[in-house]
Design a protein around this ligand. Structure first.
Ligand code: ZN
Length: 727
């Protein structure tokens, strides 16, 4: 038996990343811009195969060959004829989906290897029975021979990504260790060369000297005679007791396709910043220049609040075991104009909604300032995985002086909370259908309130360096004690500097409470288009989701260090505690035994008590949060917040034990099915697929339908070129 950690479960969640509404509301020009950026992203995303493992590329090509000749449905009967049971065939489909979704055979979160959960001979029998094999047996056999050993191998070194003996990496040739990585870093630093778009290959020594090749990702090859950009000093250098050759052309055919599509996108750019940004990116991917990418990023930062947002290049360095080489990613996300309109109406109602909040008027800002918040729907995210939000660029020098963008990816977040009914944990059976039906709409209401009126509300009392007060110290009173307030922020003190370690979670909690509290308001619900009974369902599910999230949040608590690892999840746990404390049967939490005989839990919420018991509890708690915050009362704030954050027993519930149950029932990370775009005449068509392993596979076989064979040839050449350098 293989340890289940090393394969993906047959019932793994696969969800379609829905971008339909947002995409259809784009103008034709915006759609074309999004289309060509998507194409560039998808081609570039294939680089990740070469950045993951030596076998990933061959596995990818093998799967593409199989599925381009036969769809998952057609292959099902082939599988049966080859002697695979339905469970084994499902395991095969799940493996293929996993390879596509992670762009390789190592998980993008956790970096461990996954192998198919069916015997190797069954996998082989399926391949041999396929049409792809029958049409070109020798080619497919060669592919199989190329990858099948490593595809299944779980030798210690192959179980995870890592450098040297620690694991597998293709950012370095297989003969490199930590010492080589350190030497190369010193060399790169001496040349003022960024490692982001490079890989390191240790080649044959010359005499006593160690030799290395530093490859820059670029469309032009190393023998190209085009003038070298000043910042990419190609050539051979002696450094310490080694020789380094810096050359271009890593992933050349892919970089060329990226550049070509960015060039096409340029024609549909919305403004000068986008145009110049693309010009710099094209330069970067053509010549392998990180400096050009930085220039592009500068224009990107200036392109504020675009309808079509994107970022592309060698960005995150988590997967280089040395931590300095970037993995390729490209994404395109678009504003959902319908949702933005609803959010705008919420903002324009701020004047009447803010006074509804449970603190005296003096504790509210003199003037409402809309917080900087953008929610976008992802159309394309090519690379090894999809985050729920982005905060880039990573270039520190640019972040410090020119800024960065912080974007929440709405449709990714929404999917993270929705799930198939069978996998909906901790809810009462009769709540599950309602939950699934209203989760999306209630999530949108909560996000809007949280971001705009939550983070946007509340005043901080300040006495500045010139001794000026922004409040009247002779009249502002603590609403609980009735006494004049006695503390405030002085000089350069800020919320973060005063509340330091609890500041971010505390603030998230305040924003979540504002969402819960204001969603009870009929005017708010009406802004989002919910009236009458429907509105009550939205309220119920929003509250129910919050208490469930509070329970799920326990996953992010570490008992050993008694610390929380995730600000939002801590905040939701705190809210759960507050609502449990309110009593009167508002929230029930019972520890049970599941059908499998293992510990389980069920959380319930009495819908008839939300507007009474629930509202009062949140009202009081939210007011306390705000008063401590406004008055810079760190001591009071800490006592309150850390009290509710403590994962112990509250007398009725043992939260440490519940945490074990939450971990036991944790759902495996979902995979996303993404749409394709296709130019048809003057317009762009959005091709959507079902949220299943078969849908995910189909999206990938149709993704490169125009040049699939050419692309696969390139990929295999690149992969075997890498292998040949690994002496
Ligand atoms: Zn927030």
């Amino acid at each position: 038996m293989v340890d289940s950690q090393y394969y993906l479960p047959n019932d793994i969640g696969v969800s379609a990343l829905d971008c339909g509404e947002a995409f259809r509301l784009l103008s034709p020009k915006e759609q074309l811009y999004a289309h060509y950026l998507s194409r560039a992203s998808w081609y570039g995303g294939l680089v990740v195969l070469l950045q993951t493992s030596p076998e990933a590329t061959s596995i990818y090509v093998l799967l593409q060959r199989l599925f381009r000749k036969q769809t998952p449905v057609q292959l099902e009967s082939v599988a049966a004829a080859a002697g695979l049971g339905p469970e084994e065939y499902q395991a095969f489909l799940v493996y293929a989906s996993g390879l596509y979704a992670n762009m390789g055979n190592y998980k993008s979160f956790g970096d461990t290897k996954f192998i198919p959960n069916l015997p190797k001979n069954k996998f082989k029998d399926l391949v041999w029975h396929s049409k792809a094999f029958q049409d070109s047996p020798s080619e497919v056999e060669a592919l199989w021979n190329d990858c099948s050993h490593l595809l299944y191998s779980l030798e210690t070194k192959q179980k995870q990504l890592g450098l040297g003996d620690k694991g597998i990496t293709t950012y370095f040739s297989g003969n490199c260790g930590l010492e080589d990585a350190e030497l190369a870093q010193r060399f790169l630093d001496s040349k003022n060369l960024s490692a982001y778009n490079t890989r390191l290959f240790k080649t044959k020594p010359v005499g006593e000297k160690r030799c290395y090749e530093v490859r820059l990702a670029s469309a032009v090859k190393k023998d190209c005679t085009v003038d070298c950009e000043q910042d990419t000093p190609c050539g051979t250098y002696e450094f310490e007791d080694a020789v380094f050759t810096v050359c271009r052309g890593d992933y050349a055919p892919l970089m060329e396709k990226v550049s070509q599509n960015l060039e096409k996108a340029k024609a549909y750019a919305a403004n000068e910043n986008q145009k110049r940004m693309l010009e710099e990116y094209i330069k970067s991917f053509t010549f392998g220049s990180v400096n050009a990418h930085k220039e592009g990023s500068r224009f990107w930062i200036k392109d504020k609040g675009p309808i079509v947002e994107s970022y592309i290049g060698f960005i995150e360095s988590y997967r280089d075991p040395f931590g300095s080489r970037g993995e390729f990613e490209g994404f395109v996300a678009v504003v959902n104009k319908a949702m933005s309109a609803r959010f705008a109406r919420l903002v324009s109602s701020a004047e009447v909604l803010l006074p509804e909040l449970p603190w005296p008027q003096a504790f509210e800002k003199d003037r409402f300032l809309k917080p900087d918040f953008t929610s976008l729907d992802v159309l394309t995210f090519a690379g090894s995985g999809i985050p729920a939000g982005i905060n880039i660029p990573n270039y520190d020098d640019i972040r410090q002086t020119e800024g960065f963008k912080n974007v929440s990816l709405g449709n990714v977040l929404a999917v993270a909370y929705t799930t198939q009914k069978e996998k909906l944990t901790f809810l009462e059976e009769n709540n599950k259908d309602t939950y699934i039906k209203w989760k999306g709409p209630s999530f949108e209401v909560q996000v809007g309130l949280h971001e705009l009126l939550g983070h946007g509300s509340g005043k901080l009392f300040v006495q500045d360096e010139k001794e000026n007060f922004n409040f009247d110290q002779n009249s502002v009173r603590n609403p609980e004690t009735g006494e004049l307030i006695s503390s405030w922020y002085r000089g350069s003190e800020t919320w973060d500097s005063k509340f330091s370690t609890i500041a971010s979670s505390y603030e998230e909690c305040r924003a979540e409470c504002v969402g819960l509290y204001l969603c009870l308001n009929k005017q708010v619900l009406s802004i989002f288009g919910h009236e009458g009974e429907e509105a009550e369902e939205v309220v119920y599910i929003n509250w129910l989701n919050m208490v469930r999230a509070g329970l799920l949040g326990l996953e992010f608590y570490t008992p050993e260090s008694k610390s929380w690892r995730q600000a939002h999840m801590q905040a939701r746990f705190v809210i759960l505690r507050v609502l449990l404390e309110a009593g009167e049967g508002l929230v029930t939490l019972s520890e049970t035994t599941g059908a499998d005989g293992c510990p389980d839990a069920v959380i319930g919420l009495d819908r008839n008590k939300i507007h009474t018991v629930g509202k009062t509890a949140i009202q009081k708690f939210l007011c306390k949060l705000q008063v401590h915050k406004s008055t810079a009362d760190v001591e009071g704030g800490r006592t309150l917040y850390e009290g509710y954050s403590a994962v112990t027993s509250d007398g009725s519930h043992d939260f440490l034990k519940l945490r074990e149950t939450v971990l036991l029932r944790k759902e495996a990370r979902k995979m996303f099915v993404q749409a394709n775009t296709k130019v048809k005449g003057e317009t762009v068509e959005l091709l959507e697929y079902e949220g299943s392993a078969a849908g995910l596979i189909q999206s990938f076989t149709e993704r490169f339908s125009e040049d699939a064979e050419e692309l696969e040839t390139h990929l295999l050449e690149l992969s075997s070129h890498d292998a040949s350098c690994w002496c």
